[in-house]
Design a protein around this ligand. Sequence first.
Ligand code: SF4
Length: 255
Amino acid sequence: MSGDSTRNRVRHQVVDHLERLQREGMWGLSVPAPRQEREPTVPPVDQAPESAVPDDVLPLASNTPPPPADRSLQPLEAEAHACVACRLHETRTKVVFGVGNPSARLMFIGEGPGRDEDLKGEPFVGRAGQLLTRIINAMGYEREDVYIANAVKCRPPQNRDPQADEVAACRHFLMGQVALIEPEIIVLLGRSAIGTVLDLHAPLSRLRGSFREWKGAQVMCTYHPAYLLRNASAKGMVWEDMKLVRDALAATAAD
Ligand code: SF4
């Protein structure tokens, strides 16, 4: 028998002996039962002690105030896009709902979309609109700071004035926009917008130049930018009106 095989036989005998001693409890070497690995259990949120639950998964307390009412313009806009309440839907390309900051302090309201607005679906984007944008910039604002809409949301054919029944059919969209935006100041651009909102039909020269109170907002009547394109001499009067608006906004911002 070789030396290696003798050493192996002796090693096996020693191992067998030690294992027997362990099984018999000698030296306190009782062999522990195999350890069962278990998945850690996480109590459901509603059974866990409150201190163990991160704040962000605590259920809402019953006295938590409800979230603020949805003040998004989107449902109203979606309604306008599907509207067929007056004849203007027959000839429109796009509904021109409004554009700008839905929380604006300043809102401009014009008469109705023209050809460029009808094609693009955005108010005041043609030549008159570019002039309005320059006026807004001269007041110290960007177009995105204010909200711009029209009395009717679809283009009257050949740019005629919107008719009374068309204005009446569309009025709830404008009133909804004003109610949701809650502007501090509204600028009414031209006779049609003034008639729609304030039901005033006096010459603009008598209506412009001072504020009126309407539904909690200060309202300034002034000439439509399209009128300024034809009557450059009226630009000075519009700028006087816009300076009053700018100063009123600055005064309330400083309060
Ligand atoms: S103008 Fe106003 S009321 Fe008439 S179809 Fe367009 S969205 Fe409707």
